[in-house]
Design a protein around this ligand. Structure first.
Ligand code: NAD
Length: 258
C-alpha cells in the first residue's frame, strides 16, 4: 500500500535517490529542498509524476521552524496525509576544530541537528493527530559512530542525530510511530566532492586522492552510490521494518561495525 512521504534535501544525491526509489515502491512523494535548488526539486517531482505517482515540489529550509511546519501542512494538503518523514537534508564542512568559528558551528547545528529535530517534531505532531502511527527516518552517518578528523562539527551533529533518534523512538512508540536513522559511509555525491577537495587541500593531495585514500577502508571495495542508501530507506519506509525503532544502521560497505 502506497504511503505519503516527505524527503527533505531531495534535489540531488542521496535524497533524490530515496525519493525516486520510494516512488518506484509505490509511494507518493513530496520533494523538498532549498530555494536555490528549485529547478532540481521540480525536475525530481516531474520524474516521479512521469513514473505514475503523485508528487509535490516544496521549497523549505529545514533549519526554519515555520518553513518546516509549512512543509508538513503543504504535504498533507497536496497528498492527503503524511505517513513517512525522511529528514535527509544536511551539510558538511571540512575545517580543523581550531579554525571552526561560532558561525560555522551554529550553521552546522542549525541545518543538521535543528533541521532534523524540527522535521521529526513537525512530522510526529501531524502523525499523532492523524492517529495512524507513522515512520520517521533521519540521516545520521558513519561519523555518528566514529568521527572523521577535520569534520568535527559535522561528526558531532550526526552523533547527536543518533541520540535524538533514540529519544524520539522512546517518546513516540506509544503513538505507533517508529523512528530510525541511516548511516551512510562514503557516498559519491556533491557532499563528498566537497569533502574530497577540502581534505585533499589540507593533506597535500590532488583532487580525487582523498576519497581514494578513505575508500581503502571500505571492505566491499567500492565507494557507495546513493541507491545503496535508498534501498535501505525503502525497507525502513515499509511495513517490513514495523518492529524496529531507535536504530541507526550503517550502510557503509563495511567500514565501521556497530
Ligand atoms: P548533498 O549535498 O548531495 O545533498 C544534500 C541536499 O540537502 C542538497 O540538495 C541541499 O541543497 C539540501 N539542503 C542543505 N541544506 C538544506 C536546508 N537547510 N533545507 C533543505 N535542504 C537542504 O548530500 P548527500 O551526500 O546527498 O547527503 C544527504 C544526507 O546524507 C545528508 O544529511 C548527509 O549528511 C548524509 N550523509 C552523506 C554521506 C555521503 O557520503 N555523501 C555520508 C553520510 C551521511
Amino acid at each position: 500500500m502506497g504511503k505519503n512521504v516527505i524527503v527533505t534535501g531531495a534535489a540531488r544525491g542521496i535524497g533524490k535517490a530515496i525519493a525516486l526509489r520510494l516512488a518506484a515502491d509505490g509511494h507518493d512523494v513530496a520533494v523538498n529542498d532549498i530555494a536555490a535548488n528549485r529547478d532540481e526539486v521540480e525536475a525530481v517531482a516531474q520524474e516521479i509524476r512521469a513514473a505514475g505517482r503523485r508528487s509535490a515540489a516544496l521549497i523549505a529550509d529545514v533549519s526554519d521552524e515555520d518553513a518546516v511546519n509549512g512543509l508538513v501542512a503543504e504535504t498533507a494538503n497536496a497528498l492527503g496525509s503524511l505517513d513517512v518523514m525522511i529528514a535527509n537534508a544536511g551539510i558538511a564542512q571540512v575545517r580543523p576544530l581550531l579554525e571552526v568559528s561560532v558561525a560555522d558551528w551554529d550553521r552546522m547545528m542549525a541545518v543538521n541537528l535543528r533541521g532534523t529535530f524540527l522535521s521529526y517534531q513537525a512530522a510526529a505532531e501531524h502523525m499523532i493527530k492523524q492517529g495512524n502511527g507513522g515512520k520517521i527516518i533521519g540521516a545520521a552517518s558513519i561519523v555518528a559512530y566514529r568521527p572523521f578528523a577535520l569534520l568535527g562539527p559535522y561528526s558531532a551533529s550526526k552523533w547527536a542525530v543518533r541520540g535524538l533518534t533514540q529519544a524520539a523512538a522512546m517518546e513516540w512508540a506509544k503513538y505507533g510511530i517508529t523512528v530510525n536513522a541511516y548511516c551512510p559511509g562514503i557516498v559519491g555525491t556533491a557532499m563528498w566532492e566537497l569533502i574530497d577537495e577540502k581534505l585533499a587541500e589540507s593533506e597535500g593531495l590532488r583532487k580525487g586522492q582523498a576519497i581514494a585514500k578513505y575508500s581503502d577502508l571500505i571492505h566491499l571495495g567500492r565507494v557507495s552510490v546513493p541507491e545503496d542508501v535508498a534501498s535501505y530507506v525503502s525497507y525502513l519506509a515499509s511495513p517490513d521494518s514495523d518492529y524496529m525503532t531507535g536504530q541507526s544502521v550503517m550502510i557503509d560497505g563495511g567500514i565501521q561495525f556497530s
